[in-house]
Every structure is written in structure tokens, then in C-alpha cells.
Design a protein around this ligand. Sequence first.
Ligand SMILES: NC(=O)c1ccc[n+]([C@@H]2O[C@H](COP(=O)([O-])OP(=O)(O)OC[C@H]3O[C@@H](n4cnc5c(N)ncnc54)[C@H](OP(=O)(O)O)[C@@H]3O)[C@@H](O)[C@H]2O)c1
Length: 286
Amino acid sequence: MTILVTGARGNVGRAVLDELVAAGQDVRAASRDATALEVPDGVAKVSADLEDPSTLDAAVAGVSAVFLYTRPQGIEGFVKAAHAAGVGHVVLLSSAATLEPESAQSRIAQLHHAVEQALAAAPFASTVLNPGAFATNTLGWRADIAEGVVRTAYPDSRIGAIHERDIAAVAARILIDGSHVGEALALTGPEPISFREQAATLADVLGRPLPVEELTAEEAAGRMTALGWPPEVPPEILRAWARTVREPSLVTDVVREVTGRPPRTFRQWAEDHRADFTRPPGVGSV
Ligand SMILES: NC(=O)c1ccc[n+]([C@@H]2O[C@H](COP(=O)([O-])OP(=O)(O)OC[C@H]3O[C@@H](n4cnc5c(N)ncnc54)[C@H](OP(=O)(O)O)[C@@H]3O)[C@@H](O)[C@H]2O)c1
């Protein structure tokens, strides 16, 4: 049976696709624009917009399991189409934000929670992945790194940065096995690591100094807003960073429990992404 990977051009989606292909699975890759997809031989491509249910029937036809990105607008249409097609299991890329104590006040948590709830009520099996901060967030430093610095607020915020390949390895394992039904899995990297330590690691891997210039919270919020982030999101993120200066974010052993191997370190991530920091920032920057 076929496994559908939505967001197959995304950081995590592409890694899920690669994991499934390496495991010999029959995979269909989805994007809102299938012509933009570059996939390995033998992988079918389909255009599907999760916010436009009229595009979903062809994407889910003959599919047994789906790797799903969170798109609250259209989730009901997705559930309907997936059920009609006989999909048995959906693995959702959600967020650790829904597990935080203040999630009721969090816009990010609300968006993910809406999709988690819709899947919990759906007539097929589902598993929710709740990763914490992605190591790929440091791709957002590329323009500053090109200038020889890293600029961030709260440089001593310590987060359990997770490699997208570890999220993908967990997702692929579950999609293939049909395991962990009804579970919500908090995924993190192996250890809390500060932004300052991430910058030092990147400097080491790239072979050039990268001093950290500390931004005020207002400056950092301004930069996020300029990137087009909704206005309520930067304050949430900055509050989380302030908190994790005082108290590092928790790390879990779930990647190892599901995949049998420990999560990759930030150094491993930096080595895997060395080339991303030596070409100009463009599509895919976060
Ligand atoms: N960054 C973090 O620290 C963090 C932490 C926890 C959770 N998350 C969650 O992880 C997700 C981001 O993952 P990522 O880094 O892999 O994202 P990404 O690289 O930005 O890719 C996003 C993908 O979503 C797809 N997409 C967007 N709108 C769509 C739509 N209407 N219909 C179908 N597909 C759509 C895009 O596909 P096309 O453009 O090809 O259509 C793209 O492949 C977000 O939901 C975020 O909240 C992030």
C-alpha cells in the first residue's frame, strides 16, 4: 500500500520521504505544486492543498497511511477525504507547544491543537508528533552568518534542538509499523543547547569565527514581524526563550525509544547542513 507524504518539499516532509524510500516503501509525494517536487525515481507526485479539500481525493486514493502537516483550515475536508479513501493511519507533525502549560493562551498551540483534536475524533488511527524547537531554525541565521555574526535575543536560551531526520525517522517507523496509535510523542534532540553554543558549533563546523550579537527582545520581534510572522507569534516565542534561559527546555528519550538509535546532536546537524550556510539564503529560510 502507498504512503502519502504531505509537505514533501518541507524540511521534515522531505526527510520523511527519504526515510520511507530507503525502507523500500511505496511513496506518493504531495505539494501544493507537484511540478516543484524533486523526488527519487519511483516516487509518484501529486498536487494537493490541505486547505482546499477539492484537491485531496486524488492525493489519498489508494493510500494506507499519511504523513500530515498541520493546516487547521481544511482539516475537516482532509478527514473526510482520507476516511472515504480508506486511509488507516495518519501521523501528524504537530508541536510541543500543545504540551506547554500555557498552551491555552498560545496561538501556535491553538492551531496545532485544532488539528490534533480533529484527528482524535476521526474514524481512523492517528499518532501525534510533538517536537520541540527544530535545529533547522538556525537556517534563519544564514544572512547574518554571511556577514560573519549571529544575531539573536536571549543567546543563553537552552533548547533541545532536534534534527529533522530524527523527526522523520520516528514518523517513518510509525507509518511503516502502524504503531503508537493514539499516542502523542514529545520529540527532542539529545541535550539542551544554547543559541550561543549553537553559534559556536556552527563556527567550528564552518571554520570561521561567528561572534554573537545580542538583540533586544524588541529588535528580535521586529525581525520576526518583518519576515511576515503573525504579530501574536513573536512575543510567544520570545517568552519561551526567556524562560529557557532560566530553565532549559526538557529533553526526552522518545527518538531512541521509537527508532532504537539516539537523536543526532546539533554538531551532526551542522555538519549535515554545512552547504546551506555557504550559499545565499533563499527559498526554505525559516
Ligand atoms: N520550527 C520549529 O522549531 C518547530 C517546532 C515544532 C513544530 N513545528 C512545526 O513544524 C512545521 C514546519 O515544518 P518544516 O520545518 O518541515 O516546514 P517547511 O520546511 O517550512 O515546509 C512546510 C511544508 O508545508 C507545506 N504546506 C504549506 N501549506 C500547505 C497547504 N495548504 N497544503 C499542503 N501543504 C502545505 C509546504 O508544501 P508546498 O509549499 O510544497 O505546498 C511545505 O512543504 C510547522 O507546522 C511548525 O509549526 C516547528
